[in-house]
Write a protein that binds this ligand. Structure first.
Ligand code: FMN
Length: 150
């Protein structure tokens, strides 16, 4: 049997997790959140991927603060509103495939995030016209930067 289709145990002090195969879906930004909240797009996207046969799905880069998003339509997890949207949507998707494991990529895009206008962002057409940058540089005394000071 191919190693790809053999089980893999991820150890953990809490008992670990045994995956039935070694196929893991990489995180893929969908640029389809509204104010950081998961939407029906995510329900469809996750529902499809959870039923594809992979053992583990990684949820797209999920910003831990609003200004840490890559674009205004990135998924977020920074307050009860975004938590509720993510939990509800994921619960609905998992009802269709309860045996597929799920993990999440928590993310902060760093200094130049959350700006699309003026940047050739072919993968997020919805945001190309979106307004000013949400991110800022880390210090007001750093060298000249096109990013606004904090
Ligand atoms: C549509 C799309 C969205 C992606 N979003 C993310 C992301 O949210 N986080 C991340 O670390 N990588 C992201 N990536 C990169 C993929 O996770 C992966 O690393 C890349 O496609 C290379 O995979 P490969 O080495 O298996 O070919 C994205 C890739 C694609 C095609």
């Amino acid at each position: 049997m191919s190693l790809l289709f053999s089980p893999l145990t991820l150890p953990s002090p809490r008992g670990g997790l045994t995956l039935p195969n070694r196929i893991v879906i990489a995180p893929m930004c969908q640029y389809s959140a509204i104010n950081g909240e998961a939407t029906d797009w995510h329900l469809m996207h996750w529902g499809n991927l959870l039923n594809g046969g992979a053992a583990l799905l990684t949820i797209e880069a999920t910003a831990v603060v609003p200004e840490g998003r890559i674009t205004p339509a990135c998924l977020g997890l920074w307050d009860e509103r975004t938590e509720r949207a993510l939990a509800d949507t994921l619960q609905r998707a998992r009802q269709l495939a309860p045996h597929t494991a799920v993990c999440i990529q928590l993310a902060h895009a760093g200094r130049p995030p959350a700006r699309c206008r003026g940047r050739a962002h072919s993968c997020c057409p919805k945001n190309r016209a979106a307004g000013k940058p949400l991110g800022h540089r880390p210090s007001p005394i750093c060298p000249p930067s096109r990013h606004p000071p904090p």
